[in-house]
Design a protein around this ligand. Structure first.
Ligand code: ZN
Length: 519
């Protein structure tokens, strides 16, 4: 019995939706594990998750997937560039080929090594014991190199790992983009420090009762368009956003009763991720058109709401009077300008997740450089702490006092996530470039924000970015939305403008006048 290409295409989509039933069930189990599962449930939960992951992997790598892909590619629409069908087949084929190339033994070994690695990392960080973590890191790096070899690459094995998170992106391209970024950022930071000005930092570190924080941040989440009928907000040690189903998007946060910023900006960040998930077309859930484009684009949505909107003056012209009513004791003697300055302070620090918008990317660039060297073998894990500390001196003028505050601070490498870090900086760059365009399309944006109106911006993002799912690759989407290739300039000019106002820097940096760069 033979199928028409149209029938093969429909069957492929049906199978992808069926596979999504498995992966979304796994997502619910994982959400539960991190929010409410009793500790004793851990080992059985690991078995449940491993079982579902195996079933989903078997479904994807079933030879039937390959046959259907071949038959469906005969569709006339699949042979034209930029059609929905071509994009859907491209993305299913990408996932299929990648999964098929990985030997099952390697997949299992990676899962085991990263579970053990995370446990070892947690203890190593607590005890400041890099030596205890080193054998795990060595094993993980070795396995990730095997993964890269199995997947294949053109110029560097790092590309094979990066491709999982940022399809189509290459290390070579990122290096060019990030070299410019690093030089300019270091100059901006130097200029800010040269002003010798600093905000009243203490105003954020006062009594902020958890219950009031929760009420306040929920109001902000609703105002920017998060749909609580199709989502939840819960408390976890490490905040995250996960999609359980097309109308069920869960975000989490943690509250510090003595600090305003972590929960408030953390929730805006996760809501940004959540709005993206809520903006995908429900009928395509589980298929490429119902999946986010890339991690970099996902992060652009979180950083846009957290920083471009959430740390802007117009946003606080609306919310600050409300914050003062909510946190009467702590904000009574604070002005709007003092508050906006405090939440935008530039101050080099050792810990990535606490970094401000300018220094944050230097933390990422250090990790990007080091993980490339780990993957190519130019850096052996034993030398990591020394090289890490040297880079921190070079880029941020800081001396990590120990490895816990140095190379042991992030979970990523222990979990086998190599090639992931650059997506954070890509997110910042994409966010600035999208926002620049949104401002052109919505000239009343600042005025709307001052009045607490954010839905036009959310709908602009939905229309231009969210609803496309994986129809376009990230670089293509960026061109389609903004008319230009990704460039560090919108982000750099956004920072320069902001710090000129906050720090009273008069003349813009001389490099700002240099001719525009080609990417
Ligand atoms: Zn994020």
């Amino acid at each position: 019995m033979s199928r028409t290409p149209q029938q093969a295409y429909a069957e492929l989509l049906r199978r992808e939706k069926e596979r999504a039933l498995l992966t979304s069930s796994a997502a619910l189990l994982a959400w539960d594990e991190r929010t409410c599962m009793p500790r004793s449930g851990a080992s059985y939960r690991a078995e449940q998750l491993a079982y579902l992951a195996r079933l989903a992997h078997e479904m994807l790598t079933d030879p039937v997937t390959g046959e259907l892909l071949a038959e469906a590619s005969e569709l006339p629409a699949a042979q034209q560039a930029h059609t929905v069908e071509a994009a859907v087949l491209r993305e299913i084929r990408r996932a299929y080929e990648r999964a098929k190339k990985l030997p099952r033994s390697l997949v299992e070994e990676l899962a085991r090594a990263s579970t053990l690695g995370q446990q070892a990392w947690e203890q190593a960080r607590r005890m400041n014991d890099f030596a205890g973590f080193r054998p795990h890191l060595e094993r993980i790096v070795q396995l990730k190199r095997q993964e890269a070899e199995a997947v294949g690459y053109e110029s560097t094995p790092y590309d094979a790992l990066l491709d999982e998170y940022e399809p189509g992106e290459t290390a070579d391209n990122l290096r060019k983009l990030f070299t410019t970024l690093r030089q300019e950022l270091m100059q901006i930071i130097q200029e800010v420090q040269g002003t010798n000005r600093s905000p009243r930092r203490d105003i954020l570190e006062r009594d902020y009762p958890v219950h009031f924080q929760e009420v306040f941040v929920r109001c902000a989440a609703v105002a920017i368009g998060f749909d609580f009928e199709a989502g939840r907000l819960d408390v976890t040690a490490h905040p995250f956003c996960t999609s359980i189903g097309p109308r069920d998007i869960r975000i989490t946060t943690r509250y510090n009763p003595r600090h305003f910023a972590p929960a408030f900006f953390g929730v805006l960040h996760e809501v940004g991720h959540g709005l993206y998930e809520q903006g995908l077309e429900p009928e395509h859930f589980g298929t490429p058109l119902g999946l986010a484009c890339s991690l970099g684009i996902h992060e652009s949505q979180s950083r846009l709401w957290e920083n471009q909107v959430g740390r802007s003056r117009p946003f606080w012209e609306h919310f600050f009077p409300r914050a003062q009513q909510t946190f009467l004791e702590s904000l009574r003697d604070v002005t709007l300008d003092e508050f906006v300055f405090a939440i935008n302070e530039v101050r080099p620090s050792l810990i990535r997740v606490e970094a401000d918008e300018a220094t944050y990317n230097l933390h990422i660039l250090i990790r990007f450089e080091l993980e490339q060297a780990l993957v190519t073998g130019d850096l052996v894990p034993a030398d990591l702490p020394g090289v890490w500390n040297e880079r921190y001196r070079q880029y941020l003028n800081l001396n990590p006092p120990d490895d816990a505050q140095g190379c042991l601070q992030d979970i990523h490498w222990s979990a086998g996530l190599l090639g992931y870090f650059p997506t954070y900086t890509l997110g910042n760059l994409y966010a600035a470039q999208f926002m620049e365009k949104a401002r052109q399309d919505l000239p009343q944006l600042d005025e709307q924000m001052r009045r607490g109106k954010f839905l036009e911006l959310r709908d602009w993002l939905r229309e231009n970015i969210h609803r496309h799912g994986q129809r376009y690759r990230a670089a293509e989407l960026c061109r389609k939305v903004t008319g230009k290739a990704l460039s560090p300039e919108p982000f750099l000019s956004y920072l320069r403008h902001k710090y000129a106002q906050l720090y009273g820097i008069k003349s813009p940096a001389p490099t700002a006048k240099s001719p525009p760069r080609k990417r």
